[in-house]
Design a binder for this molecule. Structure first.
Ligand code: MYA
Length: 587
C-alpha cells in the first residue's frame, strides 16, 4: 500500500518528499493571532502562579493553578469550539505544550494524560453522541480523563492485556473486569478510555479474544483506584492503579468498532507523541537558558567559563539537540494539521529523539552549573528526575525503535514481493521493472548518488543534501540486503533492527533540519546563518553515524560481536548478576 511517509519510503531507498519539503507552515494569520493571544497569559500563569519545586515537594498541584488552567481553556486545547473547547490545531497545541514543558513537566503529564491520550480517543473515534455527552465537561476540566492500557503483565506487549469485557446475559452491557497499572490521572479521573479483551466468534465458530476500546465512567460503579504511586519524578501528577470490578459499561460506550481496539490504542498514542517532543523542546530551551546564564557569568581561571572550548562544545551540542527536537516536533505537528494520516514512524522518532535529547541537555546543564546544578534550589535536578520517565512511557524507546524498523521492513518486504510478482509478468510491468533494474545496476557499478533533493534545499546545503541522498541510498540497499539474507527471521535480529532504526532516525533528522533551515533562508530569518552552522554539524555527524550503523549490520566482526553480547548477557542472567569473579577473590 503506497504511503506518503518519508521514513516508510526510506526503507525502499526512496525519498518521498511530500511530508518534508517545504517545512510545514500551517498557521493562518488568524491562527497565529489566536495563539499569541493565549501564549502570553499561559506564560504568565506558569511564571506568576506555579511553583514547580513546591509541587514536587508536596506531590500535588496548587488548586489555584488548576483553576486558572481551567479558566484559560488548557483542558480542552484541541476540542472543537462546538464542544466547548479552544478548537486549536496540533501546531498551536505544540506551542502551548512547549511553554508548559519549560515550566513544570508534572503539570504537563496531568494535562497531557487528560487530553493527549485520556480523551483523545473520543475526539478521534467517538460518534456524535459520545462527543456530545463527554467532550464539553472534559474540555473545561469539569471532568478529568485517563488512558487505561498498561496492566501488571502487559507493558510493551500491549495486545496481551488480560482485562476482559463480556456481553451481559441480557445483551445490554459489557461487564468489565481487570486491573490497570501506573495510570496517569488514575486516582482522580472521572472518565477512562479502557482497553479490554472481548470474545469474538469467527466464521468457523471458534471464539477468539480481540481488544476493544470503551469509555468508562467512575460513576458506573465498580471502579476503584489505588493510592498515588511514589515516583522518582513528575511527582505532582497522579499515578495510580485502576481496578474494574464487574463494571457495567453500556453498549453505546464502545469506542470505534468492537474488536478494533488495538488500532484505536495505537492511533491515540501515535497522535499524542508529537506533544511530548514539543513539551520537551520547551524543557530543553529552559535548561539551555539556565546553563548559558551561568556560563556567561561564572569566572574560573580568570575567564568566563563560556570562553573555554569544553563548555562551548556543550552549549553548541545542547543548542543543536534543541534545534533538531523543535524541528521534529513541528514537522510532525504540521503534517498532522495538513491532514496526513501516515505519520506514525515520524511521531515515534520525535518521541525517541526528544526524550533522549532532553535528558542529555538537562544532564549537561547540571554539568555546566557544576555543584550548583546538583542542589535542589537550582531546579534542574527536579527536571532531570521528571525527564527520566519520558524514555519509558508512551512506548519505551526500545520498543519504538523496533516498531520503526519492523514496520519499515514490512513495507519494504511488500515492495520486494510486488517486484517479484511483476517479474512473473514482465510485459505488463515494464515501467516498474525498468526503474528497479536501473536503480540496482547503477548501485552495483557505484554510479548512483541516491535520490536528489538539491532543488529543495538552499544552495548553501548542497554538501549536506548530497550526504543525505547517499545515506538514503545506502539505507535502501542495506534493507534489501537484510531482507534477502534473513527473510522473515529478521524480526528476531534485534541487534540489527536497533541499528537500522538509529540510521532511520538520523536520516529523517538530517532531512528535517535541511528543510527547516532552507525555509529560514527563504524567509530571511535573522538566525538563518546560525541555523546553517548547526545544520552543517548535525548533518556531518548524523551521516557518519548512519554509515557506521549501516556498515555494522553487514560487517562480520560486528555480527560476531552481537552474538558474543548475547552470550555475555546469557551468562550474566544465569549468574543472577555479574558472572565474572571479583579481582581479589578466586586467587
Ligand atoms: S500509555 C502506555 C503506552 N504503551 C505503549 O505505548 C505500548 C507499546 N507497545 C506497542 O506500541 C505495541 O504493542 C507494539 C506492537 C508496537 C509493540 N500505529 O503484530 P503487531 C498495527 C499503527 O506488530 P504487537 C503511557 O505510557 C500493526 O501494523 N498501527 O503488534 C501513558 C498491525 O496491523 P495489521 C500499529 O506485536 C503515559 C497490528 O497493529 C502500531 O502486538 C502518560 C498488530 O501489530 C502503531 N503504532 O505490538 C503520558 N503498532 O494487523 C502522558 C502496531 O493491520 C502524555 N500497529 O498489520 C504526555 C504528553 C506530554 C505532552 C503534552 C503537551 C501538552
Amino acid at each position: 500500500m503506497a504511503t506518503n511517509s518519508f521514513v516508510m519510503n526510506l526503507f525502499n531507498g526512496q525519498a518521498k518528499l511530500d511530508q518534508v519539503f517545504p517545512f510545514p507552515d500551517v498557521l493562518t494569520e488568524e491562527q497565529r493571532e489566536i495563539l499569541s493571544m493565549v501564549k502570553e497569559p499561559c506564560e504568565r500563569l506558569y511564571l506568576d502562579l506555579n511553583d514547580p519545586l513546591k509541587n514536587d515537594a508536596e506531590e500535588s498541584i496548587n488548586e489555584k493553578v488548576v483553576e486558572s488552567l481551567k479558566n484559560l481553556g488548557a483542558f480542552g486545547i484541541m476540542v472543537p469550539v462546538e464542544y466547548g473547547g479552544a478548537g486549536l490545531n496540533n501546531t498551536q497545541y505544540a506551542r502551548l505544550g512547549e511553554i508548559m514543558g519549560g515550566n513544570d513537566l508534572g503539570i504537563g503529564i496531568f494535562l497531557g494524560a487528560h487530553q493527549s491520550i485520556g480523551y483523545k480517543g473520543i475526539l478521534l473515534y467517538g460518534n456524535n453522541e459520545q462527543k456530545n455527552k463527554y467532550l464539553p465537561d472534559l474540555a473545561t476540566g469539569k471532568r478529568i480523563a485517563a488512558f487505561c492500557l498498561t496492566e501488571p503483565s502487559s507493558g510493551s506487549d500491549a495486545s496481551s492485556i488480560q482485562t476482559k469485557a463480556e456481553l451481559s446475559p441480557d445483551g445490554k452491557h459489557y461487564i468489565l473486569n481487570g486491573s490497570k497499572l501506573w495510570i496517569s490521572n488514575g486516582g482522580i479521573a472521572d472518565v477512562f478510555t479502557v482497553f479490554a479483551q472481548t470474545p469474538q466468534k469467527k466464521a468457523d465458530g471458534e471464539i477468539v479474544n480481540k481488544v476493544s476500546a470503551f469509555i468508562v465512567e467512575r460513576q458506573f460503579g465498580g471502579v476503584t483506584s489505588g493510592p498515588p504511586e511514589k515516583k522518582m519524578g513528575i511527582k505532582c501528577s497522579n499515578t495510580a492503579e485502576v481496578n474494574f470490578d464487574n463494571v457495567k459499561v453500556p453498549l453505546e460506550n464502545v469506542m470505534g468498532e468492537i474488536g478494533g481496539g488495538f488500532k484505536v490504542a495505537m492511533n491515540i498514542l501515535n497522535s499524542g507523541r508529537f506533544g511530548m517532543a514539543a513539551a520537551l523542546s520547551g524543557t530543553m530551551k529552559r535548561c539551555i537558558a539556565q546553563a548559558v546564564e551561568h556560563a556567561t557569568n561564572r569566572v574560573q581561571f580568570g575567564s568566563k567559563i563560556h570562553t573555554f572550548g569544553a563548555i562551548q562544545e556543550k552549549i553548541a551540542r545542547m543548542s543543536m539537540a534543541h534545534y533538531l527536537c523543535e524541528s521534529l516536533a513541528y514537522m510532525v505537528a504540521g503534517n498532522m494539521d495538513k491532514g496526513y494520516k501516515d505519520f506514525q514512524l515520524e511521531a515515534a522518532i520525535g518521541k525517541i529523539f526528544a526524550s533522549e535529547a532532553a535528558w542529555f541537555v538537562c544532564d549537561e546543564t547540571i554539568q555546566v552549573l557544576g555543584g550548583i546544578g546538583f542542589m535542589r534550589e537550582a531546579g534542574v535536578e527536579k527536571v532531570l528526575r521528571d525527564l527520566r520517565i519520558f524514555r519509558i512511557f508512551e512506548g519505551t524507546n526500545d520498543i519504538l525503535r523496533l516498531f520503526i524498523a519492523l514496520t519499515g521492513l514490512q513495507y519494504a518486504g511488500g515492495h520486494l514481493k510486488e517486484l517479484q510478482r511483476a517479474m512473473n509478468n514482465p510485459a505488463a510491468n515494464m515501467g516498474m521493472i525498468f526503474a528497479e533494474g536501473t536503480k540496482r545496476v547503477f548501485r552495483a557499478v557505484g554510479l548512483s548518488s541516491g535520490p536528489s533533493f538539491q532543488e529543495y534545499v538552499n544552495p548553501r546545503f548542497s554538501k549536506e543534501a548530497d550526504a543525505a541522498s547517499k545515506a538514503i541510498q545506502h539505507f535502501g540497499a542495506t534493507v534489501e540486503h537484510l531482507l534477502m539474507k534473513y527473510n522473515k527471521n529478521i524480526i528476531n535480529e534485534q541487534f540489527l533492527l536497533n541499528r537500522l532504526a538509529n540510521a532511520s532516525i538520523d536520516i529523517f533528522s538530517m532531512v528535517t533540519v535541511l528543510s527547516r533551515a532552507s525555509r529560514s533562508f527563504e524567509k530571511n530569518f535573522p538566525s538563518a546563518e546560525h541555523e546553517a552552522n548547526m545544520v552543517e554539524v548535525i548533518c556531518a555527524e548524523a551521516s557518519e553515524r548512519v554509515l557506521s550503523n549501516l556498515s555494522s549490520v553487514r560487517n562480520a566482526d560486528n555480527l560476531k560481536n552481537f552474538k558474543t553480547m548475547a552470550k555475555i548477557s546469557n551468562a550474566v542472567c544465569e549468574s543472577s548478576g555479574v558472572a565474572h569473579i571479583h579481582p581479589i577473590d578466586g586467587m
